[in-house]
Design a protein around this ligand. Structure first.
Ligand code: ADP
Length: 761
């Protein structure tokens, strides 16, 4: 039994009312469940909880039950009146003996209902023209009977506690109804007189004075409403305090106060209460006060960056520069860095390290698949289910006004019917505009100028030009096998072991095993797959350790297949024998580089060209350029294109075959076909070719060279203009390959032996 002592009001049977769950729990000292019994104890005078004694309680009480629980609220329903035969009370704990008190049903329920309806419409009529009619109407229309009307307005009835008790004690329903009507109509008249007096006063006074009077009146009514719903008061007071303390700007404070006033008028039962609550909860949850910049220690910052990430020297240098510039300018933000690279290359996690180095909060906002401007800038509050945009939501999650925000996957924003999210993002990133960034949901500006934004993307291709121009691109080219090995050994494996609760004595993974995991069980430029494999390995080891099968586990390369439950990956390896018309090319995929073979063949025919291997449009154009080039370089062989059909095939299903970078390979393969001079399988190449035979630069060189080295290639031809990119290529890859920059496609033809020196060029 949950005892609910109350004073100044009246609780009759057959009344439904909401109670804040927390408040109820306090009275019950146990979790509240549907079906719990409650007893409303009417007090003779106002008492603090711990002062209530038996003699303070009227001897008739009202019994009820917890009917349902809805979120933070419990719906109570009263069932009957009870005589309290004995009462023991010492402050918070009660013990009573009770019997149901019978009712004398001497009034036709129809008749009572009619009188209830009239009471209700008289009440609404009295409220006509007042500001809070709207909120009150919804609330009032939910009452089902006269008992409910009288109980829920009882705090406002202008009668004494004893008179209220007399209503509760009345056994005859007919007499009780009369008493209720009398008390109600008398109070209503009093209210009318009061408000008429106020009206008269209002008309005769200045505007300002009138406003004050209304406000006072509203406050009075609000106070009365609050008494009916003490649970409302806590929300309102909470937000009043939070708004005071938040340090909001003027506009924000005015808006918040407006919403707070509406919330007061709406009341807990109102339709919009929840929405208004959410708004205030959001805006008061933001940090509005400016945070002073932390003292910057470059040495310490570099140490943090080095501790968290292996390699990435260029990136770390650039970050340190950024930090230094920020310190000199005494600013908390600076250029917007865009980290571009394949998944798992450390883009997001280095963003996190920047926050750590700057001793600032970190938050990640994912933009992948965002197609609606409102997801960035928020929905206007007129929409049902309106929410703040992802940016402001992130700022709030960070719990600071100057966090480091990593905007993940800016290349995956989709332009759609919902407007252009990238233009909203532009505004967020523009230092000219972002000091007054206005989220539609918030409807007031918030200063983003102290936020340090860092963006990540897999590619710059799909980022709209204006957005790209605003950012400084730093590429994450992917890791070489050696770098991956170091990352695994220093970072990923120790972390995976810690996560699985395995100590160093319990698990040994040899260097050879780590290398095997990298080479045979992952196919990626980054280390995400590698991280997953090592996690799996540690979990598998944990099973062996816990089951008692072993005291320590040593993992050898040959155990990997069983432990990882994966078949090792097969990479293409260079061909063993050479044949005219077949040349090795290099492709870039999001998972890193791959080698590919271009196969060409003449068959009897009349000059048709057949292309297979599902090539994209750009690559098909490269085929046409290659054919024209070869015809012009080898005019005497061009007859062959007339009397034969040309078949070009590019095997390997997993490699996407589009883009211009196979131009040089296609031309060499065709040249090899027409001349009959085979190209050594140890040569590979990449480069776009123009119709003049000039080799033009391509992307993804580091990944392509890594693939070449893995596949056993010895010499690679690359566009001359890509030479600068060699700085990004791992040392051991450069060591293992002979890298030959070329300017003309004929340089390749000569050096591969397709074009003998005697041929014209
Ligand atoms: P991205 O954002 O590029 O997809 P993440 O930052 O999520 O990649 O990195 C994936 C995982 O690899 C993270 O656990 C990260 O700590 C780890 N990682 C990536 N690069 C390095 C590195 N150079 N040194 C140490 N750990 C790394």
């Amino acid at each position: 039994m949950i005892y609910i002592p109350y004073y100044g009001a009246l609780t009759l049977p057959d009344v439904s009312c909401y109670f804040k769950l927390d408040a109820l729990k306090e009275m019950a000292d146990k979790p509240i469940e549907v079906g719990d019994k409650v007893l409303f104890l009417m007090l003779k005078e106002s008492k603090k909880d711990d002062e209530i004694r038996a003699e303070d309680i009227y001897p008739i009480a009202t019994r009820g039950v917890v009917e349902s629980i809805e979120g933070e609220w419990a719906l109570l329903h009263t069932t009957s009146r009870v005589n309290l035969d004995s009462i023991q009370a010492d402050g918070k704990s009660f013990h009573v003996e009770m019997r149901t008190r019978p009712e004398i049903n001497d009034l036709d329920p129809e008749e009572q209902n009619k009188r209830f309806q009239k009471m209700r419409s008289d009440m609404l009529e009295a409220l006509e023209g007042t500001q809070w009619l709207m909120g009150a109407r919804n609330y009032v229309m939910r009452w089902n009977n006269m008992n409910e009307l009288v109980s829920l307005t009882s705090a406002m009835l202008q009668i004494s506690s004893d008179e209220k008790y007399a209503i509760l004690a009345e056994d005859s329903v007919a007499k009780r109804t009369e008493r209720m009507e009398k008390a109600f109509y008398e109070s209503l008249e009093l209210y009318k007189v009061n408000s008429e007096a106020q009206d008269a006063q209002k008309q005769s006074n200045e505007q300002l004075y009138r406003e004050q009077a209304i406000r006072r009146q509203m406050n009075y009514l609000q106070g009365e409403l609050d008494k009916l719903h003490p649970e409302n008061v806590t929300d309102i007071q909470k937000f009043e305090k939070k708004i005071q303390e938040s340090g909001m700007n003027e506009t924000a404070r005015a808006e918040a106060e407006k919403v707070l006033n509406r919330m007061k008028q709406e009341g807990q039962e109102g339709h919009e209460y929840g929405m208004l609550y959410d708004y205030l909860d959001f805006v008061t949850g933001l940090v509005w006060k400016k945070e002073p910049p932390a003292e910057i220690d470059l040495e310490a910052a570099r140490k943090v960056l080095d501790e968290d990430h292996f390699g990435l020297k260029k990136t770390k240098d650039r970050i340190i520069q950024q930090i230094a510039v920020m310190a000199l300018n005494k600013k908390q933000s600076g250029s917007i860095l865009l980290f571009v690279g394949a998944p798992g290359t450390g883009k997001t996690s280095i963003g996190q390290s920047i926050a750590k180095a700057l001793q600032r909060k970190y938050v990640r906002v994912s933009l992948g698949g965002v197609r609606d401007e409102a997801e960035i800038r928020g929905h206007r509050r007129t929409y049902i289910g309106a929410m703040p945009g992802r940016i402001m939501d992130g700022i709030r999650r960070s719990g600071a006004s100057n966090p480091v925000v990593v905007l993940d996957e800016v290349d995956k924003l989709v332009r759609d019917y919902g407007g252009d999210p990238s233009s909203a993002l532009l505004e967020v990133l523009d230092p000219e505009q972002n000091a007054t960034f206005t989220d539609h949901y918030m409807n007031v500006p918030y200063d983003l100028s102290d936020v340090l934004f860092v963006c990540t993307a897999n590619t710059t291709d799909t980022i709209p030009e204006p957005l790209l121009n605003r950012m400084e691109v730093i590429s994450f080219p992917g890791y070489s096998a050696l770098e991956k090995f170091q990352i695994a050994k220093r970072h990923l494996l120790p972390k995976a072991m810690e996560k699985a609760g395995i100590s160093e004595e319990q698990l040994t993974v040899s260097d050879e095993t780590l290398r095997a995991v990298i080479a045979d069980y992952t196919m990626e430029a980054g280390v995400r797959g590698l991280k997953n494999r090592l996690d799996t390995l540690c979990r598998a080891a944990a099973v062996q350790l816990v089951s008692g099968a072993k005291e320590s586990v040593k993992v050898k390369p040959e155990d990997l297949r069983g432990l990882l439950e994966l078949a090792p990956i097969r990479h293409d390896h260079i061909l063993e024998a050479k044949a005219p018309g077949i040349v090795t090319g290099l492709a870039w995929t999001q998972a890193g580089g791959e080698i590919l073979f271009i196969e060409t063949l003449f068959t009897k025919g009349n000059g048709k060209t057949v292309i297979t291997g599902q090539l994209g449009d750009v690559m098909k154009e490269s085929v046409q350029i290659a054919v024209s080039l070869v015809k012009s370089i080898f005019p005497e062989e061009s007859e062959k294109f007339v009397h034969n059909d040309l078949h070009i095939h590019v095997p390997a299903g997993a490699v996407p075959k589009d883009g211009p970078s196979a131009g040089i390979t296609l031309t060499t393969a065709l040249a090899s076909l027409v001349t009959g001079n085979a190209v050594s399988p140890e040569y590979a190449m990449t480069g776009e070719v123009s119709l003049r035979g000039v080799v033009m630069p391509i992307g993804g060189l580091p990944e392509k060279l890594m693939a070449a080295q893995r596949a056993g290639v010895k010499q690679v031809f690359i566009p001359e203009e890509n030479q600068d990119d060699l700085m990004d290529v791992a040392e051991e890859v450069r060591q293992a390959l002979k890298i030959v920059p070329v300017h003309y496609v004929t340089d390749v033809l000569k050096q591969t032996g397709v074009m003998k020196d005697t041929c014209a060029s």
